[in-house]
Design a protein around this ligand. Sequence first.
Ligand SMILES: *[C@@H]1O[C@H](CO)[C@@H](O)[C@H](O)[C@H]1NC(C)=O
Ligand SMILES: *[C@@H]1O[C@H](CO)[C@@H](O)[C@H](O)[C@H]1NC(C)=O
Ligand SMILES: *[C@@H]1O[C@H](CO)[C@@H](O)[C@H](O)[C@H]1NC(C)=O
Ligand SMILES: *[C@@H]1O[C@H](CO)[C@@H](O)[C@H](O)[C@H]1NC(C)=O
Length: 356
Amino acid sequence: MGPCQLFVSLIVSTFCHVLSTTAWSVNNFLMTGPKAYLIYTGSVQAGAQSGMQECKHQFEWDKWNCPESALQLSTNNGLRSATRETSFVRAISAAGVMYTLTKNCSLGDFHNCGCDDTKVGQIGGRGWIWGGCSDNVEFGENVSKEFVDALETAHDSRALVNLHNNEVGRLAIKATMKRSCKCHGVSGSCSIQTCWLQLSDFRDVGNYLKVKHDQAQKFEIDKRRMRAGNSADNRGDAFSSIAQSELIYLEDSPDYCKRNVSLGLHGTEGRECLQGGKNMSQWERRSCRRLCHDCGLKVEERRIETVSSCNCKFHWCCTVKCEKCTQVVTKYFCARRDRSRRPTNSARRRNRVHDG
Ligand SMILES: *[C@@H]1O[C@H](CO)[C@@H](O)[C@H](O)[C@H]1NC(C)=O
Ligand SMILES: *[C@@H]1O[C@H](CO)[C@@H](O)[C@H](O)[C@H]1NC(C)=O
Ligand SMILES: *[C@@H]1O[C@H](CO)[C@@H](O)[C@H](O)[C@H]1NC(C)=O
Ligand SMILES: *[C@@H]1O[C@H](CO)[C@@H](O)[C@H](O)[C@H]1NC(C)=O
């Protein structure tokens, strides 16, 4: 069993867990999987999930709102297509796996991996030398390649595009790394500094890739050339014009307003949107128009009661007693229009005249 099947199996087992079925036991697999990969499986799974979480955050107020779980990465529909959105999913997943593995490594979770100290002692720039413990991104990169790229078993143009976008995700980790430094010298004069490279917050990686998503380019494949002759040569040819750090896609996006089960799309019916908030960005302020009205849906107001702890008091010694407070918040959701009773515009206008 290769790393590909390993990755797929893990994701499937997560899904089974969600459904509370025990039909598939990850343990069966762990007994038979290749030893070299076993120590990374938990981290790979955690990394793929954190990629999906970041996707949900980045696209919270967009019509398209990311796959429910990393599961859909492994299924043959939906994400086998190569749209602008799936290019983002590819990149953020590959990045999430690389990020988590690198973090794990720095925390000493793996005995076969530690800091990247290959440059320690070398001059880095004016007034600083490499020192300390840089995050070992090369390790995370290698393992991410082993697991995520191995999902791509086909040898068609989609596979090439997917592999390219995986790589964009891994480059994003490196592009967002930050230099941290420490001062040395007599009584903190800072005449010389030692510096090392650290991972940014994963949020920074998400922000970076969201911009790449917005700038993604459609890749027009010359099908005749792809079919003829040596595909490896053509790959080099066709891809030489594309910047390494840019996301690419092959197909136009479907209509994300509409539910389409075979594409794994939920549509925007039932989605929350924002209204009336004091401190919202332009993008948030227009979320109801974008998610509901533009999709032929209406905005439905719902009053939601939440119960939380409040008026907590400390009693000597040592308990905290709280009251339960109910709070009613108003939230807005996209809902289907009630066609049978919807007044026409002219009827509404007549009513207003009567009222006035
Ligand atoms: C790696 O980090 C993730 C996320 O912090 C954690 O869930 C996972 O257990 C870690 N893996 C190992 C092998 O320590
Ligand atoms: C990553 O992979 C490359 C190429 O396979 C290898 O030369 C290198 O030693 C690996 N680095 C780490 C840190 O695992
Ligand atoms: C779902 O999408 C596929 C592919 O675009 C299309 O052929 C099909 O008609 C769609 N189904 C619905 C119910 O819209
Ligand atoms: C509004 O949002 C900005 C940035 O999100 C923040 O810096 C600012 O403090 C907020 N203002 C209020 C009144 O909440």
